[in-house]
Ligand binder design. Structure first.
Ligand SMILES: *Cc1c(COP(=O)(O)O)cnc(C)c1O
Length: 375
């Protein structure tokens, strides 16, 4: 078996991309909200079923923009309740905007932030909640919305993993004040690099769009000290192409995921995370928790796969609250579920064109490594 990486970026047929970008050789308009940018934005509004969409160079810049646009911290409340079981970006965005992350524990069943834990942490310095739809699993949005209303908090969802996910027919983009999507090459849907903010309050539109272009509002005016985070035409064109194939992409991933779940179902010491019936999932990742009695089983499985050139990821390990840059600031023992999951989880290879023969081979290696680890 040749090497298998943990993910593989989806690309449209080359001809299709060439056709999409060829008009740029006529217009010479390469960035600054050109035709592709505007068309892609409009198509996303429809696909994600949300009033407002703003495009960015990447998800992280979009997240920082969302924090600024909602003016978090401006009224003296500086704490943002969030999850430590996420990618560095989520926590960094809060810290880089001069705010203080406060970590709430996660639920063991789907790894999303636990509303009961949020409730315990809210105080008069809390201004917002920043949950993550981790692996595409939708947070307990109703409870979170309820807490936010009662305490006058903003809600920004990190929906970087959740493109295309729906629950009871509702698009994931509809929840909270703003949702951030990442279109990084490794995500279910990519624009090479890219990101978007989705919002319902149209009054946010001006600031969200000014922010990515230096706050410029006219040839001789800049009303806002904005940065630069405009999605360029080549990335928007990639988005237009990939969007045409998104359902096929998700369907293929679904077949791969079901194959994994079937093969791993009866293996003792393993728990795969199967989404609930009411969600249309995007099968972004294939997380598996190694919860048997043996210690370091997860690491043994990781090594066994690495030895055969199969990429798995300890995603997310460590917790962001344990990253070097935050050393001494947080105590990850206060989020025991998150700590447990970080120490026992592995995401297995997952992408649309992963063959089922390879899935079988991967599962076989996983099973043998568990048996060795348990003994
Ligand atoms: C990928 C990711 C981001 C950052 O998105 P970029 O587009 O890479 O900047 C943020 N949060 C989570 C959970 C992610 O997985």
């Amino acid at each position: 078996m040749s090497s298998i990486s943990v993910t593989r970026s989806s690309m449209p047929p080359l001809d299709e991309y060439v056709a999409e970008i060829s008009s740029l050789w006529d217009s010479h308009w390469l960035t600054n909200m050109g035709v592709k940018h505007r068309e892609f934005e409009a198509q996303l509004r429809s696909y994600l079923d949300v009033e407002g969409v703003a495009l960015y160079t990447n998800g992280h810049s979009a997240l920082e923009c969302a924090i600024e646009a909602l003016q978090l911290g401006a009224d003296g409340r500086y704490k943002v309740i969030t999850t430590p079981f996420t990618f560095a970006s989520t926590t960094h965005a809060i810290a880089r905007k001069g705010l203080t992350p406060v970590f709430a524990d996660i639920k063991l069943n789907d790894f999303t932030i636990d509303p009961k834990e949020i409730e315990k942490l809210v105080d008069d310095k809390t201004c917002a909640i920043l949950p993550v739809h981790v692996y595409g699993n939708i947070c307990d949005v109703d409870s979170i919305s309820n807490i936010a209303k009662r305490h006058n908090l903003k809600v920004i969802y990190d929906a970087a993993h959740a493109f295309g996910v729906r629950t009871s027919g509702d698009s994931v983009a509809k929840f909270g004040d703003i949702s951030m999507f990442s279109f990084h090459a490794t995500k279910v849907f990519n624009t090479i690099e890219g990101g978007a903010l989705c919002y319902r309050d149209c009054r946010l539109s001006t600031i969200l769009n000014q922010w990515k272009n230096f706050g410029i509002t006219g040839p001789e005016s800049a009303e806002y000290i904005g940065g630069n985070a405009k999605m360029n035409e080549f990335c928007a064109a990639m988005g237009l192409c990939n969007l045409r194939h998104i359902q096929e992409e998700i369907d293929k991933r679904k077949t791969v995921a079901h194959c994994y779940w079937r093969l791993l179902e009866s293996v003792p010491g393993i728990r795969a995370c199967v989404p609930p019936d009411e969600t249309e999932h995007n099968y972004a990742y294939l997380p598996v928790v190694f919860n048997g009695s043996g210690t370091f089983v997860r690491d043994k499985v990781f090594e066994a796969l690495s030895k055969r050139c199969i990429g798995a990821r300890k995603y997310f390990y460590p917790l962001t609250s344990d990253l070097e840059c935050y050393r001494g600031k947080f105590d990850s023992n206060k989020t025991p579920n998150a700590k447990y999951v970080a120490n026992h989880i592995l995401t297995l290879p997952m992408y649309a064109d992963l063959s089922l023969e390879n899935v079988e081979a991967i599962c076989h290696i996983v099973k043998s490594a568990i048996q060795e680890g348990e003994n």
